[in-house]
Design a protein around this ligand. Sequence first.
Ligand code: KG4
Ligand code: ZN
Length: 325
Amino acid sequence: MIIAGIETSCDETSVGILSDSRILVNLIASQEKIHMQFGGIVPELASRAHLEKIVPLFNEALKRAKISTDQIDVFGVTNKPGLKGSLLIGVGFAESIGYALKKPVYNVNHLHAHIAACFLNRKISFPALGLVVSGGHTSLFLLTSHTEFVHIGRTRDDACGEVFDKVGRMLNLPFPGGASIERLAARGNENRIKFPVAYIRDCLDFSFSGIKTAVYYYISKKGTENAADIAASFQKAMVDSILLKLEDALSLYPVQNFLFGGGVVRNNYLRRKLESFLKNKKVQPIIPEPELCMDNGAKIAILTEHLVLKGIKPDPYRICVLPTK
Ligand code: KG4
Ligand code: ZN
């Protein structure tokens, strides 16, 4: 079965094509350069860039996968959550081409698909836990199968990646701040500054805005002369805060596999900490390679494949009707 996955929910246009769970191609056109000058994503510019890129990127993906459009059996597309204007381009494209070729189109949840990137080339033991750490979300899921996700925790305020980006701006680092902070932190002392580690009791929700505010007040008072130490101490506080919640999640749901996804999971410090923390708990961490952690079409395609295998019916063609939530 050949599946094309389309992703346009934020600032990456992507087309991934799978043949029986194997990636034939996974092209990602990043808009980083467009948004860099504004220090954040400008939604209107994002949707215009998706519109320019989606057709040429799809044609290039077919060429590299050495297939023609009529060999595609199924389309999958992110339809939520994300920027409305950006989602509209991907959904409009997938539904139009599916309708023209008389092929089914599945609407796919972007967060579930971040976790589904872990299904590529791996056998998962269910129930499992899954954590998405991205620019827009920090969400915990209980997975009872490849297609059933129960949302058991989320951030009460800022998303983890959002805080990395905001602290990056405070330190005058290029957008997006996450990767720049990781690079800077590698030269710093993570124990130099004690930023507060946020923890909400009796639930599986996260909170990161307190750490952000603490960094803001630290910089207002002391400046950014020791930027590397600020970056390292901030990164440590964020990761410690995540680990506290993973501990709680595992005591409620003692699973064998913990799955991870989302752009922040590209961070090597976080990856190392997750691995050592879970090794001590005798839980297998499943962490996709860095490119599959970011927004990409292959993760949409693999979740689509599981929806098809489960016998779930495709969504009817509605041409650009997006969910309200
Ligand atoms: O999943 P993603 O590509 O897009 C969303 O769905 O939001 O995540 C983007 C986020 C940005 O906030 C970016 O700063 C963060 O992932 N990020 C990182 C790193 N690379 C990307 N955060 C920390 N360390 C990194 N190396
Ligand atoms: Zn994402």
